[in-house]
Design a protein around this ligand. Structure first.
Ligand code: DX5
Ligand code: ZN
Length: 215
């Protein structure tokens, strides 16, 4: 069964506690938290303190997507705040192996996020080390962008490597997910779908149906 990870980037931030509780109740599997630093991406969002606060109001998996450069000096802060999975973009770190190991040594799950310009061959060497791979179907930085359909072959490519090498990572798709694009990703073999605008731009009474419509 496909899992849904609402992205709080599109939530009503003045009512973040309510928004997260509502998607939790509506059947979200993960809560996706987009961390942006104004350096790796041209936008600034949340830090470890937000993760810490969210940890007190939900038991759902806190799926932290770091769009920051550098990554390594902030890992402990996010783990201590209660992140369950920390993903980063490999081009932001000189020593990707070391950063993966650092996350895992702190008993946290680790993911790699793939920018649309990064190819699977560029990250293939790390796939046996990670728990999650995020296929980005928009350029990281903003919600509400158009789904880049040409990225979805990366999902099947990953799926193939996974079965040939008998690996365990999950495949998450992030960016421009709605009920049409969700179907394309599921057909290719996605395990988790991130959805920001599609869910949070509607009234909270609809969250349950919206989440259901992505499955
Ligand atoms: C973009 C973020 C996404 C974003 C998705 O940099 O990584 O997680 O929140 O938003 P939508 O679903 O609106 O494309
Ligand atoms: Zn994201």
């Amino acid at each position: 069964m496909i899992k849904i990870a609402p992205s709080i980037l599109a939530a009503d931030l003045l009512n973040l506690q309510k928004e997260v509780s509502e998607v939790d109740r509506a059947g979200a599997d993960y809560i996706h938290i987009d961390v942006m630093d104004g350096n790796y991406v041209p936008n600034i969002t949340f830090g470890p303190d937000i993760v810490k606060k969210l940890r007190t109001i939900t038991n759902k998996i806190l799926d932290v997507h770091l769009m920051i450069n550098p990554v390594s000096k902030f890992i402990e802060d996010f783990v201590n705040s209660g992140a369950d999975i920390i993903s980063f973009h490999p081009e932001t770190e000189k020593n990707v192996n070391k950063t993966i190991q650092k996350i895992k040594d702190l008993n946290c799950k680790c993911g790699l996020a793939i920018h649309p310009d990064v190819r699977i061959t560029d990250i293939k060497q790390y796939l046996n080390l990670v728990d999650l791979v995020i296929v980005m179907t928009v350029v990281p930085g903003f919600g509400g962008q158009k789904f880049q359909i040409e990225q979805i072959d990366k999902i099947s490519e990953l799926k193939k490597i996974k079965s040939i090498k008998n690996l365990n990572f999950e495949i998450e798709v992030d960016g421009g997910i709605n009920n049409d694009t969700a179907k394309l990703c599921i057909d290719k073999g996605a395990d988790i779908l991130v959805a920001g605008t599609y869910i949070f731009n509607k009234p909270c009474e609809e969250y349950k149906n919206l989440i259901h419509s992505l499955k």
